[in-house]
Design a binder for this molecule. Structure first.
Ligand code: TAP
Length: 479
C-alpha cells in the first residue's frame, strides 16, 4: 500500500503568465495574423493564456528576420563570440530553472519532480555543452572550414517542450545558424518564456525566432523556400510528409520520429534495479517518450517474479497534481492524446490481451490515464506494434537471447532498447545485434548532451547530441 503523503505543492507564484502572447520575430514580440488559440493546463483544463497563430506570411517574416540576422550578424561573429551568448543562455536557464519547471508542468502536465530534476537540468547542460563547441569547429574533424547551413526551421513536439527546444537551438546556434522554431500547439509557453531569455541575454535580434501555431504553421515553415534545413521531432506520419515535401529541394533534414522500444530482462538481471528501470522506461513522463521501453521482454523463467514485483512497485506510483512534489504520474497532455491511448488500449482488450491497471482515483477534471500493463501480448497485437505514447506497457516473454533479439527487432521502428543482465559480454553481444540507435544497459532513459541520439528505420534519420548533432547543422554533413 502506498503511504499517505500530505500535499506538497510547488508554488506557481514564481511564474508570471501573461494573458496573451504574440510571435517572437526579429527580437520582438509581434502580433500574429491568424486566429489566436488557447493553451490550457491538461491537469485542470484551466486556460493559461491566449497564443497568436502564425500564418504563412508570419512565417515568411520570421524566416526573413533569421536570414538577415544570419547574413549581417551571426555568420560574421567568431565562434568564441557565439559561445559567449550560448554560455549566457545556459546560465540564465540554470538561474531561472524553477520558473521554467513550474511553467512546463502547468502547460504540459508532467510532474514537477521530472521537469525540475530532468528536463531543466538537461536544458542548461545542452547549452553549456554546445557553447563549448562553438569556437572549436575547425579542429574537430568537421573539415578545415566548417560552414553553417544558414537558416534552420525547427519543429518540436509537446512531450518535452523546453528540452526539445534546447536540443534543437543549442547545436544550431553553436554551428553558426539562425533559427525559426515552432513549438507544439498544446505546449507553447516555455518556448515563449525562452524568447524572453533571448532578450535578457542580448542575443542579436533574429538569431532565434519563435512562431506559434498548429500543423499548418509547421507546414509553412517546411515549405518556405529560404529555409536551408528542417529539424523535426514528432510522429512518423508527419515526418514522412515532411520528407516528401522537401524531396527535390536543396533542404536537408533530421527527422526524430516514433519508437516501440524493447526493454529486455534476462534471468540473471539485478531484479530490483530492473523493476525500477522498467518503471522509468515506460511511466516516466506518462509514457509520452519516443524512446520509451513500451515492450517489456522478460525471460520466461523469471516472468512470474518480475510481474509480481512490477505490480507491487506500480502500486506505489502516485498519480495527480503535476505541481505536487510527491507526484510520479501527471496528466496526459491533451484530450486527443488521451483518446489515442484509450483506443489502443481498447484494441488490446479486443485482441485478447489481459489488462491490469494501478488501482487509483483519477481527478475529475483534466486528462488522466492510470499506469497500465497488458500481459498475454503476442507480436501480432496492435499494442505490441504501434506506438501508444502513454503509460501503457505490453509484456511479452522469450526463452533465448536469439529469440529476444528477433522479437526486439520485429518492429518498423529502431530508436532505442534496454538490456538487463549481469553479464557484460551479453550486453555487448545484444547491443551489436539490436537495430536501435540507443541501447541502454542496466539503465533506461538516460540522456547526455555528449551522447548522440537518433533512430533507424521509421524512427527517422540524423543524430542529435554530441559531435554528430553539430555536424547536422554544417554544410556537407550527411544529415
Ligand atoms: P505531430 O503531429 O507529429 O507533431 C509534432 C510537431 O509537428 C508539432 O509541432 C506539430 O504541430 C507539427 N506538425 C503537425 N503537422 C505538421 C505538418 N504537416 N508539417 C509540419 N509540422 C507539423 O505529433 P503529435 O500530434 O504531437 O502526436 C501524434 C503522435 O506522434 C503521438 O501519439 C506519438 O505517437 C507521436 N509523437 C512522437 C514524438 C516523438 S518525440 N517521436 C513526439 C510527439 C508525438 P502541432 O502540435 O501544433 O499540431
Amino acid at each position: 500500500m502506498p503511504f499517505d503523503y500530505a500535499p506538497a505543492p510547488e508554488s506557481r507564484s514564481i511564474v508570471d503568465i501573461k494573458s496573451s502572447y504574440g510571435l517572437f520575430i526579429g527580437g520582438e514580440f509581434v502580433d500574429g495574423s491568424g486566429s489566436a488559440f488557447k493553451s490550457i493546463s491538461p491537469a485542470s483544463e484551466e486556460v493559461l493564456a491566449e497564443i497568436a497563430e502564425a500564418t504563412a506570411d508570419d512565417v515568411d517574416r520570421a524566416v526573413r528576420a533569421a536570414r538577415q540576422a544570419h547574413t549581417r550578424v551571426w555568420s560574421k561573429l567568431p565562434g568564441s563570440e557565439r559561445a559567449k551568448y550560448l554560455y549566457r543562455i545556459a546560465r540564465i536557464m540554470a538561474e531561472r530553472s524553477r520558473e521554467f519547471a513550474v511553467l512546463e508542468s502547468l502547460d504540459n502536465g508532467k510532474p514537477i519532480r521530472e521537469s525540475r530534476d530532468v528536463d531543466l537540468p538537461l536544458v542548461s547542460q545542452w547549452f553549456f555543452y554546445y557553447a563549448g563547441w562553438a569556437d572549436k569547429l575547425s579542429y574537430a574533424g568537421l573539415g578545415p572550414d566548417p560552414r553553417a547551413l544558414g537558416v534552420a526551421g525547427q519543429i518540436i513536439p509537446w512531450n518535452f517542450p523546453i528540452m526539445m527546444l534546447a536540443w534543437k537551438i543549442a547545436p544550431a546556434l553553436a554551428a553558426g545558424n539562425t533559427v525559426v522554431l515552432k513549438p507544439a500547439e498544446t505546449t507553447p509557453l516555455t518556448a515563449l518564456l525562452f524568447a524572453e531569455v533571448c532578450q535578457q541575454a542580448d542575443l542579436p535580434p533574429g538569431v532565434v525566432n519563435i512562431v506559434t501555431g498548429a500543423g499548418s504553421t509547421g507546414q509553412a515553415l517546411v515549405d518556405h523556400a529560404d529555409v536551408d534545413k528542417i529539424a523535426f521531432t514528432g510522429s512518423t506520419a508527419v515526418g514522412k510528409a515532411i520528407a516528401r515535401s522537401i524531396a527535390g529541394t536543396d533542404k536537408v533534414a533530421t527527422l526524430e520520429l516514433g519508437g516501440k522500444a524493447a526493454n529486455i530482462v534476462f534471468d540473471d538481471a539485478p531484479l530490483d534495479q530492473a523493476i525500477e528501470g522498467i518503471v522509468r522506461g515506460i511511466f516516466f513522463n506518462q509514457g509520452h517518450v519516443c524512446c520509451a521501453g513500451s515492450r517489456l521482454l522478460v525471460q520466461e523463467n523469471v516472468y512470474d517474479e518480475v510481474l509480481e514485483r512490477l505490480k507491487r512497485r506500480m502500486s506505489t506510483l502516485r498519480l495527480g497534481d503535476p505541481l505536487d512534489k510527491n507526484t510520479d504520474i501527471g496528466a496526459i497532455n491533451s484530450a486527443e492524446q488521451l483518446a489515442r491511448i484509450t483506443a489502443l488500449s481498447d484494441a488490446g482488450d479486443a485482441e485478447g490481451a489481459e489488462r491490469w491497471s494501478v488501482p487509483c482515483d483519477l481527478p475529475d477534471n483534466g486528462f488522466w490515464f492510470a499506469p497500465t500493463i497488458f500481459t498475454g501480448v503476442t507480436q501480432a497485437h496492435r499494442i505490441a506494434r504501434e506506438e501508444i505514447f502513454g503509460p501503457v506497457l505490453s509484456v511479452l516473454t522469450f526463452r533465448t537471447p536469439s529469440e529476444a533479439i528477433e522479437k526486439a527487432n520485429n518492429t518498423p521502428y529502431g530508436l532505442s532498447a534496454g538490456v538487463w543482465t549481469d553479464k557484460g559480454s551479453r550486453i555487448l553481444a545484444m547491443a551489436d545485434r539490436l537495430r536501435a540507435g540507443v541501447v541502454w544497459a542496466n539503465t533506461f532513459n538516460q540522456f547526455d548532451p555528449a551522447s548522440p541520439f537518433g533512430g533507424y528505420k521509421e524512427s527517422g534519420y540524423g543524430r542529435e547530441g554530441g559531435k554528430p548533432g553539430l555536424a547536422a547543422y554544417l554544410e556537407g554533413s550527411p544529415a
